[in-house]
Design a binder for this molecule. Structure first.
Ligand SMILES: Cc1cc2nc3c(=O)[nH]c(=O)nc-3n(C[C@H](O)[C@H](O)[C@H](O)COP(=O)(O)OP(=O)(O)OC[C@H]3O[C@@H](n4cnc5c(N)ncnc54)[C@H](O)[C@@H]3O)c2cc1C
Length: 484
């Protein structure tokens, strides 16, 4: 069976490797000069930066991919558990460190915020039940793809009181401290969504972080891509970098291959799309909708190389804005970059990423997915100024002055490089339970032979969900092949 995978992001690489291991002839193309998609790298003046993910959760899903390929993850990658998970810096100067172990975190809450000890425990248990239910249902297949009936064991997790309500309201109902609320309200941004607009089921995210840890890959997250590309080469996946698909070719209601921007064509029995779901109709010659309110967040990312390691920075530091609600009002209501953004700083302690004594920093603030037109030089400069201003106001060292190299990614750049409408990082947002749970499926309901894997499809964005997406898609392709 000839398979063409369009897009060499994490999901594209994983599905290509899985189908190659199942005996398919696989070609993988990407419009970029290399592979990895959003999980990528930038190097300059002896510094190496991850340009995408900096946090790995649910590492067993990555381990499962290697196992299923007959490989041991440890022979390819070194995963390092992080403890603490993060330090949070508040507008009033208060700092809160969140330890890795759930028991240690629960203890810290008991000591610092005794009135919220029960609430934090309740939200953790709710997250756990959502996870147990998802494991048996959502993490196995799309809700509308048969088998639709969950296994009997899932039913005991169903009476999830509070899980179907609004995320922020649920957090505010159980937690009184504004410091703790802020921490919980940050998690939905991991899937590019607003805590004020998404369902409380996303409380599974803080649960996952405490249950399975926060991890770093030695040498940077891009090492994952390097190891998967090396495996793909060794196993005979045909890799075509710099090749953009402009049309998925159809024969009646069946996908038959693709046409490239340079005029080339490739025929295939199965076509798998790993790009953004909003770009798929255009590739099929169907009407597209303009990028708008339904998109997930984009971001402004500053990659800064510092000659000296700044004091007092954990691996992950989050510096909160003065007014979180106003920030999300700007992002999703007015659809503009916030005046005062919350800023995430990633400072990996990894000597391989900087010249001796130096530090590679990844600094990020959320931005609306408003695409190329809104991001001219003035807008980019203004966003950079606001990000560094928030860090200075919070009392962090002057990172801007200390930087000897600095590169900026913004929604326009994300849109152009990843062909992701608006520059959204996670496809559509998860506002409302329908959008959160009925994401575009892994098999086209319209065209035979057309499948999809990646962060904008089921089950969602972020490294662990993308790995699951690739696993489900490969299983569907092989099950359909056996049936035909
Ligand atoms: C700044 C940033 C920070 C992030 N932080 C985290 C984090 O800490 N933890 C985490 O888990 N996740 C994080 N993510 C999200 C994570 O990176 C993504 O969810 C995941 O990598 C997406 O993988 P994917 O398989 O969907 O493919 P993508 O990475 O979206 O790659 C798809 C590829 O397909 C290519 N393509 C699209 N259309 C075509 C076409 N027509 N022809 C050829 N090629 C095409 C694109 O150019 C792209 O290279 C972050 C992302 C970004 C950008």
């Amino acid at each position: 069976m000839r398979v063409l995978v369009i897009g060499g992001g994490l999901g594209g690489l994983a599905v290509a490797l899985r189908l190659r291991a199942a005996g398919c002839d696989v070609t993988l193309c990407d419009n970029g000069a290399g592979f990895g998609g959003k999980m990528n790298r930038w190097e300059a003046a002896g510094y190496r930066f991850d340009t995408g993910p900096t946090l790995l959760t649910m590492p067993d899903l990555l381990r499962r991919l290697f196992n299923d390929l007959g490989e041991r993850l440890e022979e390819h990658l070194e995963l390092i558990p992080l403890d603490p998970h993060a330090e949070y810096v508040y507008p009033d100067g208060f700092r809160l460190t969140v330890p890795a172990r759930w028991e240690a975190w629960r203890e810290a809450v008991r000591r610092l915020f005794p009135e919220d000890a029960t609430g934090v425990e309740t939200l953790h248990r709710l997250g756990e039940r959502i996870f147990r239910l998802s494991e048996l249902t959502f993490f196995r297949s799309h809700p509308l793809v048969p088998p639709r009936l969950p296994p009997l064991g899932a039913l005991r997790h169903l009476p999830l009181r509070h899980a179907w309500g609004n995320y922020a309201r649920t957090v505010e109902r159980f937690i009184r401290s504004d410091y703790l609320r802020r921490i919980f309200l940050r998690y939905p941004t991991y899937v590019g969504s607003s805590p004020y607009l998404c369902p409380a089921t996303l409380l599974v995210i803080p649960y996952l972080e405490h249950a399975f840890g926060a991890w770093y890959v030695k040498g940077g997250m891009y090492r994952i891509v390097e190891s998967l590309v090396a495996l793909a080469e060794a196993r005979g996946v045909e890799l075509l970098p710099g090749v953009e698909v402009v049309r998925i070719e159809l024969e009646g209601r069946r996908a038959r291959g693709a046409r490239f921007r340079d005029g080339g064509r490739l025929e295939a029995d199965v076509v798998i799309f790993n790009g953004d779901s909003a770009a798929l109709p255009g590739l099929l010659g169907l009407p597209t909708r303009p990028p708008a309110a339904g998109r997930s967040l984009s971001g402004v990312v500053l990659l800064a190389g510092l000659r000296q390691r700044p004091a007092g920075l954990e691996h992950h530091t989050v510096v909160f804005s003065a007014d979180y609600r106003a920030e999300f009002g700007a992002l999703f209501g007015e659809r503009r970059f916030p005046d005062d953004p919350t800023v995430y700083v990633n400072a990996p302690r990894d000597a391989s990423l900087a010249p001796p004594g130096g530090q590679a920093l990844f600094i990020m603030a959320n931005a609306p997915a408003d695409g190329v037109a809104s991001w001219n030089e003035t807008a980019v400069g203004e966003a950079r100024r606001r990000i560094f201003a928030r860090l200075r106001t919070a009392g962090l060292p002057d990172l801007e002055r200390a930087a000897e190299v600095c590169q900026i990614w913004h929604p326009g750049r994300f849109a152009e490089r990843y062909l992701a409408p608006g520059g959204a990082i996670y496809g559509d947002n998860s506002h409302g339970w329908r959008r959160a749970f009925l994401r575009p499926p892994n098999r086209s309901p319209r065209f035979a032979g057309l499948y999809c894997a990646g962060g904008s499809f089921h089950p969602g964005g972020g490294v662990p969900m993308v790995l699951l997406s690739a696993q489900m898609t490969a299983a569907l392709v092989m099950a359909d092949a056996r049936r035909s």
